[in-house]
Design a protein around this ligand. Structure first.
Ligand SMILES: [Zn+2]
Length: 162
Protein backbone atom coordinates (compact mmCIF):
# COMPACT_ATOMS: atom_id res chain seq x y z
CA UNK A 1 0.00 0.00 0.00
CA UNK A 2 1.25 3.44 -0.87
CA UNK A 3 0.94 6.09 1.75
CA UNK A 4 -1.61 8.72 0.92
CA UNK A 5 -0.05 11.91 -0.36
CA UNK A 6 0.41 14.30 2.51
CA UNK A 7 0.41 17.69 0.94
CA UNK A 8 -0.30 19.45 4.20
CA UNK A 9 0.94 17.07 6.81
CA UNK A 10 -1.10 14.16 8.04
CA UNK A 11 -4.28 13.43 6.20
CA UNK A 12 -7.54 13.01 8.04
CA UNK A 13 -7.30 9.31 7.20
CA UNK A 14 -4.04 8.89 9.09
CA UNK A 15 -5.42 10.90 11.97
CA UNK A 16 -8.49 8.69 11.97
CA UNK A 17 -6.32 5.67 12.71
CA UNK A 18 -4.67 7.54 15.57
CA UNK A 19 -8.03 8.61 16.96
CA UNK A 20 -9.36 5.04 16.75
CA UNK A 21 -6.32 3.77 18.66
CA UNK A 22 -6.70 6.50 21.27
CA UNK A 23 -10.38 5.68 21.76
CA UNK A 24 -9.54 1.97 22.05
CA UNK A 25 -7.07 2.79 24.84
CA UNK A 26 -9.88 4.07 27.06
CA UNK A 27 -11.03 1.51 29.60
CA UNK A 28 -14.35 1.31 31.37
CA UNK A 29 -14.01 2.87 34.85
CA UNK A 30 -15.76 -0.07 36.46
CA UNK A 31 -13.78 -2.70 34.55
CA UNK A 32 -10.31 -1.21 34.06
CA UNK A 33 -9.14 -4.14 31.96
CA UNK A 34 -11.91 -3.78 29.40
CA UNK A 35 -11.82 -1.10 26.74
CA UNK A 36 -14.90 0.84 25.79
CA UNK A 37 -14.49 -0.63 22.30
CA UNK A 38 -14.68 -4.16 23.70
CA UNK A 39 -17.74 -3.14 25.69
CA UNK A 40 -19.44 -1.99 22.51
CA UNK A 41 -19.81 1.64 23.58
CA UNK A 42 -18.10 3.12 20.54
CA UNK A 43 -20.53 3.56 17.67
CA UNK A 44 -18.66 5.95 15.40
CA UNK A 45 -15.29 7.63 15.04
CA UNK A 46 -14.86 10.35 12.44
CA UNK A 47 -12.27 12.98 11.57
CA UNK A 48 -13.29 16.10 9.72
CA UNK A 49 -10.67 18.73 8.92
CA UNK A 50 -8.44 17.57 11.74
CA UNK A 51 -11.18 17.46 14.37
CA UNK A 52 -12.20 14.16 15.94
CA UNK A 53 -15.85 13.31 16.47
CA UNK A 54 -16.59 10.30 18.63
CA UNK A 55 -20.09 8.86 18.95
CA UNK A 56 -20.71 6.69 22.00
CA UNK A 57 -23.77 4.84 23.17
CA UNK A 58 -24.40 4.37 26.90
CA UNK A 59 -24.56 0.87 28.33
CA UNK A 60 -27.28 1.95 30.69
CA UNK A 61 -28.68 5.43 31.03
CA UNK A 62 -27.89 6.74 34.47
CA UNK A 63 -24.67 4.87 34.98
CA UNK A 64 -22.42 7.34 36.80
CA UNK A 65 -19.46 6.16 34.76
CA UNK A 66 -20.68 7.88 31.59
CA UNK A 67 -19.24 11.29 32.41
CA UNK A 68 -15.91 9.70 33.27
CA UNK A 69 -15.85 7.77 30.02
CA UNK A 70 -16.53 10.87 27.93
CA UNK A 71 -13.83 12.78 29.81
CA UNK A 72 -11.34 9.94 29.33
CA UNK A 73 -12.03 9.87 25.58
CA UNK A 74 -11.48 13.63 25.35
CA UNK A 75 -8.22 13.28 27.27
CA UNK A 76 -6.95 10.39 25.15
CA UNK A 77 -7.81 12.02 21.84
CA UNK A 78 -6.73 15.44 23.06
CA UNK A 79 -3.25 14.02 23.66
CA UNK A 80 -2.86 13.48 19.91
CA UNK A 81 -0.81 16.39 18.64
CA UNK A 82 -2.51 16.28 15.24
CA UNK A 83 -6.09 16.43 16.47
CA UNK A 84 -7.33 20.00 16.54
CA UNK A 85 -10.44 19.19 18.56
CA UNK A 86 -12.42 16.29 19.97
CA UNK A 87 -16.18 16.20 20.26
CA UNK A 88 -17.70 13.34 22.22
CA UNK A 89 -21.38 12.70 21.74
CA UNK A 90 -23.70 10.27 23.48
CA UNK A 91 -25.91 8.98 20.73
CA UNK A 92 -29.61 8.27 21.28
CA UNK A 93 -29.26 5.04 19.34
CA UNK A 94 -28.74 2.27 18.60
CA UNK A 95 -29.61 0.95 22.03
CA UNK A 96 -26.74 -0.85 23.69
CA UNK A 97 -27.15 -4.55 24.27
CA UNK A 98 -24.86 -7.22 25.62
CA UNK A 99 -24.43 -8.59 22.10
CA UNK A 100 -22.23 -5.57 21.38
CA UNK A 101 -19.56 -6.80 23.78
CA UNK A 102 -16.72 -8.41 21.85
CA UNK A 103 -15.48 -11.94 22.48
CA UNK A 104 -12.33 -10.43 23.96
CA UNK A 105 -14.41 -8.27 26.26
CA UNK A 106 -16.50 -11.24 27.38
CA UNK A 107 -13.39 -13.24 28.19
CA UNK A 108 -11.89 -10.48 30.30
CA UNK A 109 -15.16 -9.85 32.12
CA UNK A 110 -15.58 -13.53 32.92
CA UNK A 111 -11.99 -14.27 33.89
CA UNK A 112 -11.02 -11.09 35.71
CA UNK A 113 -14.32 -9.90 37.13
CA UNK A 114 -16.55 -13.00 37.22
CA UNK A 115 -19.09 -10.99 35.28
CA UNK A 116 -21.29 -12.85 32.86
CA UNK A 117 -23.89 -11.78 30.37
CA UNK A 118 -27.35 -13.25 30.40
CA UNK A 119 -27.90 -15.24 27.25
CA UNK A 120 -30.80 -14.49 24.97
CA UNK A 121 -32.67 -17.50 26.36
CA UNK A 122 -32.20 -16.11 29.87
CA UNK A 123 -29.68 -18.75 30.89
CA UNK A 124 -26.51 -18.11 32.81
CA UNK A 125 -23.23 -19.99 32.88
CA UNK A 126 -20.80 -19.64 35.76
CA UNK A 127 -17.59 -17.94 34.53
CA UNK A 128 -15.58 -19.69 37.26
CA UNK A 129 -16.55 -23.35 36.90
CA UNK A 130 -18.78 -23.41 33.82
CA UNK A 131 -21.79 -24.72 35.72
CA UNK A 132 -25.24 -23.75 34.57
CA UNK A 133 -26.49 -23.88 38.16
CA UNK A 134 -26.45 -20.14 38.63
CA UNK A 135 -29.40 -18.70 40.46
CA UNK A 136 -30.35 -15.12 40.98
CA UNK A 137 -29.61 -14.03 44.51
CA UNK A 138 -31.03 -10.57 44.69
CA UNK A 139 -32.24 -7.82 42.45
CA UNK A 140 -29.87 -5.35 44.04
CA UNK A 141 -26.41 -5.40 42.53
CA UNK A 142 -23.41 -3.14 43.03
CA UNK A 143 -24.89 -0.79 40.45
CA UNK A 144 -28.16 -0.56 38.59
CA UNK A 145 -26.41 -2.16 35.63
CA UNK A 146 -25.75 -5.43 37.38
CA UNK A 147 -27.26 -8.00 39.65
CA UNK A 148 -25.68 -10.60 41.88
CA UNK A 149 -26.23 -14.29 41.26
CA UNK A 150 -24.87 -17.32 43.03
CA UNK A 151 -23.24 -20.42 41.58
CA UNK A 152 -24.57 -23.47 43.39
CA UNK A 153 -21.70 -25.61 42.07
CA UNK A 154 -18.58 -23.64 43.03
CA UNK A 155 -20.37 -21.32 45.46
CA UNK A 156 -18.92 -18.18 43.96
CA UNK A 157 -20.92 -14.98 43.70
CA UNK A 158 -21.38 -14.00 40.09
CA UNK A 159 -22.16 -10.58 38.73
CA UNK A 160 -24.67 -10.57 35.94
CA UNK A 161 -24.64 -7.71 33.47
CA UNK A 162 -28.11 -6.86 32.39
ZN1 LIG B 1 -19.39 -21.92 39.45
Amino acid sequence: MNAAPASDGLTDGVLLDEVRAAVASVADPEYPGVSIVDLGLVESVDVIDGAAIVGLIPTFSGCPALDMIAADVRTAVGALSNASACDVHWLPGPVWSAERITANGRNILANDYTVVLRRKDGGLQCPVCGSHGVTRQSLAGPTRCREIAWCSACRNPIEVMR
